[in-house]
Design a protein around this ligand. Structure first.
Ligand SMILES: CC(C)(COP(=O)(O)OP(=O)(O)OC[C@H]1O[C@@H](n2cnc3c(N)ncnc32)[C@H](O)[C@@H]1OP(=O)(O)O)[C@@H](O)C(=O)NCCC(=O)NCCS
Length: 165
């Protein structure tokens, strides 16, 4: 499966803990607190120094601010997309797809053969993941809890990179 082709070219670069302010602005704007999908700043800063963790940033080519980010973990031959978010005023320009493609390319380059991700049931992002070749493999009931206490299932998806294109 080839990585998805982006429609617009935002600059994809590696992020560090120094980029957490920008990441949290995108996180809060993209996820809000409706479904309980967002991570806190301390969850992000706690995971960043860990082995196998990588942060990718999509930068607006003109204004140079961070328009989106992806957080991923690679362990042995498996890679997991932990978070993917694009600021609302930059959505539907192909950035999500560009960050997903970057995750897949890097996972492949690091020798991963199996990719995983988890997403709230009903999230429009599912169309993007399916188009990239991810298949549903499981469901975690009532995994997310929104600010109003309402719970939603999480769906787990996987993609086998071992198959040739
Ligand atoms: C999901 C998200 C990252 C997509 O980012 P994006 O830059 O808007 O995505 P793209 O422009 O690359 O869209 C790629 C495809 O995904 C699908 N898609 C993305 N957003 C969609 C939406 N709101 N409704 C329906 N389909 C959508 C479409 O198939 C789209 O292709 P199209 O525009 O040609 O129809 C962004 O909407 C977001 O940050 N959402 C909130 C956070 C979140 O839920 N993250 C995912 C779970 S970790």
């Amino acid at each position: 499966m080839a990585s998805p082709a982006p429609r617009h070219h935002y600059r994809i670069e590696r992020g560090t803990a120094d980029d957490l302010d920008s990441v949290m602005i995108v996180m809060e704007a993209a996820f809000g607190d409706r479904f309980g999908e967002a991570w806190t700043r301390s969850q992000c800063s706690g995971i960043l120094p860990m082995g196998g963790i990588s942060l990718a940033l999509a930068r607006d080519p003109e204004r140079l601010d961070v328009a989106g980010f992806a957080l991923a973990r690679t362990i042995a031959d498996e890679a997991e997309l932990l978070l993917l978010a694009v600021a609302p005023d930059h959505q539907r320009r192909g950035i999500g797809l560009q960050l997903l493609g970057d995750f897949m390319d890097r996972a492949r380059a690091f020798g991963a053969s199996k990719l995983h991700l988890e997403v709230r049931a009903g999230n429009p992002a599912i169309a993007m993941y399916r188009a990239a070749g991810f298949e549903p493999v499981g469901r975690r009931r009532n995994y997310y809890q929104g600010a109003d206490g309402k719970r939603c299932d999480a769906l787990t998806f996987a993609l086998d990179l071992a198959e040739p294109d």
